[in-house]
Ligand binder design. Structure first.
Ligand SMILES: NC(=O)c1ccc[n+]([C@@H]2O[C@H](COP(=O)([O-])OP(=O)(O)OC[C@H]3O[C@@H](n4cnc5c(N)ncnc54)[C@H](O)[C@@H]3O)[C@@H](O)[C@H]2O)c1
Ligand SMILES: [Fe+2]
Length: 381
C-alpha cells in the first residue's frame, strides 16, 4: 500500500507574506542567516509580523551546510525564548537548521506544540515542504539527511520578491538542485503517479525559465516560475525520494564545501550515464535499463528527442552539459581549481562509503557497487 499527502499549507502569489500577520501564533523565533538578517528585504517579513502584533526575536547564526554546533546554539536560543512558532527565512540551510532546532529542542524539553513556517529565499531545495533536513558533522566530514514527518513545515510562504537578490552563480546552483530533485524523483524506485506529475512540471519549468532567471535576476516571471518549480520538485521527492546523485553530492559538500546544487549539477551527466548505461553501444532495446525510458520522457519534456531512446537520453546528458557551460558551472573538480588532485583522490574511498550509506542512495534506479561510485568520483575529477 502507498499513500500521498501534502502536510504543508502553501501560500503563494502577490502579498503571500501578509499571511504572517494572520498566523495563529503569537511568540515567534525567526531563524535566518546573517545576509538575510541584515538585508533590507528582511522587513518584508518583519513588517507583517509587527502589523499582526506578534512578538519576535531573531536567531541569525545559520551558515551554509548547517553544522551540528550551530544547530545546538539554536536549540539553546529556542529553549530560552520558548516561542510558539519558528519562522525560517532563507535558503535550504536556514530552513533545515530550523527543522533540526525545533526537533532537537522539543526532545530536550517538550514544552508544547511549536509551529514551523518556512519562507524560502532561494529557488532550490524545496525544503519548505519536505520531511528532510540535512545536517553536517564537520569532524567526520559527513552530511546526514534526517528524515521524519515531524520535520515537515506546517506552512510555506512563497514570495519570489525574496529571490530577486540571489546572484547569478547561486541562481545557477540552486536551479540545478531543483532540476536534480525532479529528475531523481522521476527515476526513483519509489516514484508514483503523483510524484511524477509534480516532478515533470518542475522539469518543464526548469527547461523554460532557469536560464532566463540566471541571465536576468529581475525577470519576475522567470523568478516566480522557478520558485514554484522548486516547491513542486520538493513535493515530488518528498514522496519519491532521491537517488545516488544526492548521495554522492552530500559527500562533496561535507568534504570540500562545494555548494550543494553545484555538486549535484556536476555529477548529473555521470549519474544519468550510469543509471541508463548508455555507453554500451551493442544493447538491443529489450536490454535497456528501466531508467532509459524515464530519462527519455524527461528529455522529451525538455523538447529533446532523437531517433531512439538511447540517443534521446544522450541528448539529455548534452542538455545538462550545455546548461552547466551557459551558467558557468565547472564540469569537473579539476576545472574548479580549488582542490588539489592529491586531496581529492585521497578522499574518494571514504566518500564512496559514505555515499553508499547515505539514505538518498537507497532509491536509485540502479544499485551501485562501491567500484561504480569510486569510478564516478574519479571521472568527476
Ligand atoms: N531539506 C531538504 O529537503 C534539502 C534538499 C536539498 C538540499 N538541502 C540542503 O540545503 C542546503 C543548501 O541550501 P541552498 O542551496 O538554498 O543554499 P543556502 O541556504 O546554503 O544559501 C546559499 C547562499 O545563498 C545566500 N542567499 C540565500 N538567499 C539569498 C537571497 N535571497 N539573496 C542573496 N543571497 C541569498 C545565503 O546567504 C548563502 O550564502 C544544503 O545544506 C543542502 O544539503 C536540503
Ligand atoms: Fe538537493
Amino acid at each position: 500500500m502507498n499513500s500521498f499527502d501534502i502536510k504543508t499549507k502553501i501560500y503563494f502569489g502577490d502579498q503571500a507574506l501578509d499571511r504572517l500577520a494572520e498566523i495563529p501564533y503569537e511568540r515567534i523565533l525567526l531563524i535566518t542567516d546573517p545576509f538575510m538578517a541584515e538585508s533590507s528585504m528582511f522587513s518584508l517579513v518583519t513588517d507583517p509580523l509587527k502589523k499582526g502584533g506578534k512578538q519576535f526575536e531573531v536567531f541569525k547564526d545559520v551558515v551554509p551546510d548547517p553544522p551540528i554546533e550551530k544547530i545546538s546554539l539554536g536549540v539553546d536560543k529556542m529553549l530560552a525564548y520558548k516561542p510558539d512558532a519558528i519562522v525560517a527565512v532563507g535558503g535550504g540551510s536556514a530552513i533545515d537548521s530550523s527543522k533540526s532546532i525545533r526537533e532537537f529542542a522539543l526532545r530536550v524539553n517538550n514544552y508544547g506544540d511549536v509551529g514551523l513556517i518556512a519562507i524560502p529565499t532561494t529557488s532550490g531545495t524545496g525544503s519548505e515542504v519536505t520531511s528532510f533536513a540535512v545536517v553536517t558533522d564537520p569532524k567526520e566530514q559527513v552530511k546526514y539527511p534526517l528524515v521524519s514527518r515531524s520535520l515537515t513545515p506546517d506552512e510555506a510562504i512563497l514570495d519570489a520578491e525574496l529571490v530577486k537578490s540571489v546572484p547569478p552563480a547561486i541562481t545557477a546552483d540552486t536551479g540545478m538542485d531543483v532540476f536534480t530533485h525532479a529528475l531523481e524523483a522521476c527515476v526513483s524506485i519509489n516514484r508514483n503517479d503523483f510524484s511524477t506529475a509534480l516532478a515533470e512540471k518542475a522539469i518543464e519549468i526548469c527547461g523554460v525559465f532557469l536560464l532566463r532567471a540566471y541571465l536576468d535576476g529581475n525577470d519576475s516571471h522567470a523568478r516566480q516560475k522557478m520558485h514554484s518549480a522548486s516547491c513542486l520538485a520538493g513535493l515530488a521527492f518528498n514522496s519519491a525520494s532521491l537517488g545516488l546523485n544526492h548521495g554522492m553530492a552530500h559527500q562533496l559538500g561535507a568534504t570540500f564545501h562545494i555548494p550543494h546544487g553545484r555538486a549535484n549539477a556536476m555529477l548529473l551527466p555521470h549519474i544519468i550515464e550510469f543509471n541508463s548505461d548508455i555507453n554500451k553501444h551493442s544493447k538491443s532495446r529489450a536490454e535497456y535499463l528501466p531508467a532509459v525510458k524515464r530519462y527519455a520522457t524527461v528529455a522529451q519534456i525538455l523538447g529533446l528527442s532523437s531517433y531512439n531512446e538511447i540517443m534521446t537520453v544522450r541528448s539529455l546528458v548534452n542538455w545538462v552539459q550545455f546548461m552547466l557551460k551557459e551558467m558557468d558551472i565547472p564540469l569537473s573538480i579539476s576545472q574548479m581549481g580549488k582542490i588539489t588532485k592529491e586531496e581529492y583522490f585521497a578522499a574518494i574511498d571514504r566518500m564512496a562509503d559514505a555515499a553508499l550509506a547515505d539514505g538518498c542512495t537507497e532509491t536509485n534506479p540502479r544499485v551501485p557497487r562501491k567500484a561504480d561510485v569510486v569510478k564516478i568520483y574519479e571521472k568527476l575529477w
